[in-house]
Design a binder for this molecule. Structure first.
Ligand SMILES: Nc1nc2c(ncn2[C@@H]2O[C@H](COP(=O)(O)OP(=O)(O)OP(=O)(O)O)[C@@H](O)[C@H]2O)c(=O)[nH]1
Ligand SMILES: [Zn+2]
Length: 358
């Protein structure tokens, strides 16, 4: 049987707007970035599947006419593309990622938790009430920048707020690179106001604390096709079973949406570039400091402190930047140390085993 593989390639965005019918794979978010990683022959032998859910006992993944469970094996997260090994699904390969969101695993364990892969846009959701917190939004933005995806701030519950303008102004001041959208998630506003980012073939995610409206937004984008949120039981860092959800939905419009559970503890790790991009003005100013390793605290000749004294920079913003830099350094160093120790321990065990064999 000869097959037409051109349909696996995404069409240009102008074509999208004229022709909403996508190929089955493009409707799952298959893009040129992934297509160029494999040959037509591989495509036939090991069909690409997108990971839609991560369970305790494996993954759920979807491809063209396939929706299957993959037992533990591929180190993949929601949004990943894997090449199905038909004989041994647990040996399926993970394709190179276009973007990856990760954080330091919550609790006392020293690990990294993969949150989502291959997103195009991260909607950082906050409501116009006490939940609104500039430091938390900056943290999510740094995470998105590090992950190589575009952040957009979405302010919800404007309908319940007397003066949303104050929140909108504060959100707009966070970064000139990050657009701000304010809306009522329970209306039809999300469909129109988020349309720019929710194009066919795109993958978007809602990130933010619990109760800010992530599920409401997901449902609003889905329109009439109701989405039932499936609870997934996962082990948290302390080994307790918690009910979470992290599902990728494919909307009739051709956009894929990831609804994540509220993330209270979002510890950055290996995220220095993302933090620097979030605070790029401070980062650039810091290059003018007298000392290369200036911490902008007490050092003489510090360009950042001078700017604060002159009233050009808000001292609390500087403090938030320093906090994130310190946290990222600490977590990255502890993880690196742990990796070295693990390696050394592994070597010791292997040496001992070899001695025993002799
Ligand atoms: N009036 C109004 N209510 C909203 C808006 N967005 C969300 N809500 C309500 O706020 C509550 C929480 O919304 P959810 O969508 O469940 O919040 P979530 O972010 O998914 O929360 P978690 O599942 O805990 O992470 C629900 O009762 C929503 O109906 C909004 O823009 N306006
Ligand atoms: Zn300095």
């Amino acid at each position: 049987m000869t097959r037409d593989y051109s349909k696996f390639l995404p069409t240009s965005s102008s074509e999208f707007s004229q022709r909403p019918e996508l190929s089955p794979l493009a409707a799952l978010g298959w893009q040129q970035f992934f297509a160029q990683q494999i040959s037509v022959k591989q495509m036939e032998e090991t069909p690409p599947l997108r990971v839609t859910e991560v369970h305790r006992n494996g993954l759920q993944a979807r491809g063209e006419d396939i929706d299957m469970h993959i037992p533990h094996g591929p180190e993949a997260t929601v949004g990943d593309w894997i090449l199905l090994n038909r004989e041994l699904p647990s040996a399926s390969e993970v394709l190179e990622r276009k973007s990856l969101i990760k954080r330091r695993a919550p609790g006392r364990t020293l690990g990294i938790q993969l949150i989502a892969a291959n997103l195009d846009t991260a909607f950082i959701v906050s409501s116009c009430n006490d939940d609104f917190n500039v430091a938390r939004i900056e943290r999510f933005i740094a995470l998105a920048f590090e992950a190589d995806l575009a952040p957009v701030i979405v302010l919800t519950k404007v309908d319940k707020c007397e003066a949303p303008e104050a929140y909108i102004e504060q959100a707009k001041a966070i970064s000139p690179l990050v657009p701000v959208v304010a809306l009522n998630a329970k209306s039809d506003e999300p469909q129109t106001m988020l349309a720019e980012w929710c194009k066919p073939g795109q993958t978007v995610a809602f990130l933010g604390s619990s109760g800010v409206g992530k599920s409401t937004l997901t449902n609003a984008l889905a329109g009439d096709t109701a989405i039932t949120t499936q609870a997934v039981r996962e082990d948290d860092a302390r080994g307790r079973h918690t009910t979470t959800r992290r599902n990728l939905y494919f909307l009739a419009s051709g956009c894929a949406v990831l609804d994540t559970p509220g993330m209270r503890e979002l510890q950055l790790t290996d995220n220095a570039a993302g933090v620097a991009e979030m605070f790029s003005d401070l980062d650039e100013l810091g290059m003018q400091c007298k000392f290369n390793d200036c911490k902008h605290k007490v050092e003489p000749g510090c360009a950042v402190l001078t700017a604060v004294e002159r009233g050009e920079i808000d001292a609390t913003r500087l403090a938030r930047w320093q906090k994130l830099v310190a946290e990222d350094l600490h977590n990255s160093a502890t993880l690196a140390e742990r990796r070295t120790k693990d390696k050394a321990f592994g070597k010791m065990v292997r040496n001992a085993q070899q001695k025993k064999k002799r």
